[in-house]
Design a protein. Structure first.
Length: 303
């Protein structure tokens, strides 16, 4: 398996037994545990009965009882797991609609290239930020109650996310807190990958497509001395989170504002949509220093 985060479990939702078996065997060969469901309703019951046991969902769209769109909506509202659509009916407008449920990854049936399919699932698995980090040998965070500074290492980012979680727990419900952290994580990863490690969009896409992403990150981490600073302000009716890296910035406008055609074109890429999707969650986003610093604001507790 391309990811380096221990064995993960995929929920494969497919009403055709032969296709479900193919998906199961392909993912098991890649090192995943796989649980199967015949439709969205069965998948929902499994998710309810297996809390925190599923890491990624791979689902068809057209299914009886409960379809893939309904399942994606349920997942977005209740679980927030990475979601891969696997379908023979590729409707670009449907794909655009699914972006609001944070569905970014697509596989077109019939699946002709098993390794490409596995690479897509690997890419989705890495979006499960709660599972993508190891805390082994993690250095302590340092700073005061409103600011922390971390080395540009993935082992540190889960600690940073947990710090934000603790600081915002009284303001946000458990589910809303997960959404806040999930979308903030997209900007944190951008600072880590592009700001600190100097990994460009095209280069990242090539690494993901060829299964070399994890190896390259480890190499660059070993050579990187840059740090990321996170400032957090919690006021009566809003939470503001500022993420700053030591990089040269990037063309942030092209990621914040995309036309429908640009989004359609990017659906064939393994990356390049995260900031656009995450930006829709926050009430205000302000980049400074050429894109090396971003202030994210979420309004809360407003009657």
């Amino acid at each position: 398996m391309a990811t380096d985060i221990g064995k993960q479990t995929v929920l494969a939702v497919e009403d055709e037994p032969a296709v479900r078996e193919f998906i199961t065997l392909a993912l098991q060969d890649a090192g995943y545990d796989v649980v199967g469901a015949e439709n969205g309703r069965q998948a929902v019951e499994l998710l309810k009965n297996m809390p925190n046991k599923v890491d990624v969902i791979v689902s068809d769209l057209m299914m009886p009882v409960m379809n893939g769109l309904e399942l994606a909506k349920f997942n977005y509202e209740n679980n927030g797991l990475p979601f891969v659509v696997c379908t023979a009916l590729y409707d670009t407008h449907m794909a655009i609609n699914l972006l609001k449920y944070n569905v970014q990854d697509y596989v077109i049936k019939p699946i002709d290239d098993e390794q490409s399919f596995v690479n897509i699932v690997n890419t989705a698995a890495m979006r499960n930020f709660r599972r993508m980090f190891k805390q082994d040998d993690a250095e302590p965070l340092y700073g005061n109650v409103s600011t922390i500074t971390i080395p540009s290492k993935r082992s540190q980012m889960l600690l940073a996310i947990d710090w934000v979680r603790m600081q915002t727990a009284e303001k946000l419900s458990a589910r809303e807190g997960e959404k806040f952290l999930n979308y903030a994580h997209e900007f944190l990863m951008n600072s880590y990958e592009h700001g600190s490690l100097k990994l460009g969009e095209t280069e990242k896409a090539e690494l993901l497509n060829h299964g070399n992403y994890e190896k390259e990150l480890k190499t660059r981490e070993g050579e990187c001395q840059a740090k990321i600073t996170i400032d957090l302000a919690i006021l009566k009716n809003r939470i503001s989170l500022k993420i700053s890296d030591e990089g040269n910035g990037f063309e942030f406008e092209r990621y914040l504002h995309m036309s429908e055609q640009t989004l359609i074109d990017r659906l064939y890429m393994p990356n390049g949509r995260g900031i656009y999707i995450a930006a829709a969650y926050f009430d205000s986003i302000e980049y400074t220093n050429g894109g090396s610093s971003v202030m994210l604001t979420k309004n809360v507790g407003i009657d």
